[in-house]
Ligand binder design. Structure first.
Ligand code: UDP
Ligand code: MG
Length: 294
């Protein structure tokens, strides 16, 4: 078996948290229970990342680290966002196998057994696929479904519908992921882009155990834009397509103006058409150049 070594494998749990003072102690308790129930022995480390919280999240992490020697924590200087916090945590993790999950217990820690068993069977990446959750707000369900639909239409990397940031990665997958130097990180796409053997398991997301969602509409939108801009050439092709349309329209209009000038002599309409034609042709050419540069 690929992962079999003489020593006990190190398992890292990476968990970014922003304003999660309420839920973090509950999360740690449930995670500890899940870790105690693992079938094989692991040398466990838990890496908490405080994403610039202004509540007592960092203090809670400190207390957890004092009480539990498996806990380490990072504190970011400001709120950088979930994907950046997750990346910082992954860079800090030392595990042979690394699992990332949210702090709000929507990602059930009990799934660890199944995730690790897929890893032991040889998968470098184990994705968790969220089943449609009727408890989730209609807004979240609809926006999420449409986002994945657009990604499927526009993207070249096949990004699994409803893949959450609850996933397992082998050491080599984490190392490869960390080598990608994107600033706007859409980790769901990047992980699947790597090309390592992927397995997946479905799960029914639980309700957030305390606190409220930290993904504001602005944060959701910016994640969606990062996803589409990073994994689709459509926005760049759009410039090319619009440019081609404008150029063809400009040339057509120019021909029409020239014919009408020659046949009917100078007229206001033909003059206007000529101006419009030159503007379309120029604008179209610039857009085409932008598309090519893109
Ligand atoms: N989170 C973070 N930084 C942010 C927003 C969220 O680290 O700027 C964390 C948050 O604490 C949680 C995870 O990312 O552990 C997912 O966020 P949340 O549960 O609020 O999102 P939702 O599940 O509602 O999409
Ligand atoms: Mg959540």
């Amino acid at each position: 078996m690929q992962h079999e070594t003489d020593r006990i494998p190190v398992l890292s749990i990476v968990c970014p948290a922003f304003q999660e003072e309420e839920v973090l102690p509950l999360f740690h308790l449930e995670l500890s229970t899940a870790l105690a129930a693992l079938e094989q022995p692991y040398d466990v480390e838990i890496v908490y990342v405080d994403d610039g919280s202004s509540d007592a999240t960092l203090e809670v992490m400190r207390e957890l680290a004092l009480a539990d020697e498996r806990v380490r924590y990072l504190s970011l200087s400001r709120n950088f966002g979930h994907q950046a916090a997750l990346t910082a945590g992954l860079a800090e993790a030392r595990g042979d196998v690394v699992v990332s999950m949210d702090a709000d217990l929507q990602h059930p820690p009990a799934l660890l057994v199944e995730l690790l068993s897929k890893w032991r069977q040889g998968a470098d990446i184990v994705l968790t696929i969220r089943e449609d959750d009727p408890q989730l707000s209609l807004f979240k369900r609809v926006t999420s479904r449409w986002f994945y639909r657009v990604m499927k239409l526009a993207g070249e990397t096949d990004i699994r519908m409803a893949a959450a940031d609850y996933r397992l990665m082998s050491r080599r997958a984490v190392d490869a992921l960390l080598q990608l130097r994107e600033t706007h990180r859409f980790l769901r796409g990047m992980v699947q882009w790597l090309g390592f053997p992927v397995a997946e398991i479905g799960y029914r997301p639980a309700r957030r155990k305390a606190g409220v969602s930290k993904y504001s509409i602005h944060k959701m939108l910016s994640l969606a834009v990062d996803g589409i801009l990073s994994f689709s050439r459509l926005p760049l092709r759009l410039a090319l397509m619009l440019g081609a349309i404008a150029l063809v329209a400009g040339l057509g209009l120019g021909c029409w103006a020239a014919v009408s000038l020659f046949s009917a002599g100078a007229s206001g309409t033909a003059g206007l058409a000529l101006v419009l034609a030159s503007r379309h042709a120029l604008g179209g050419s610039i857009l085409i150049c932008l598309g090519i540069v893109g």
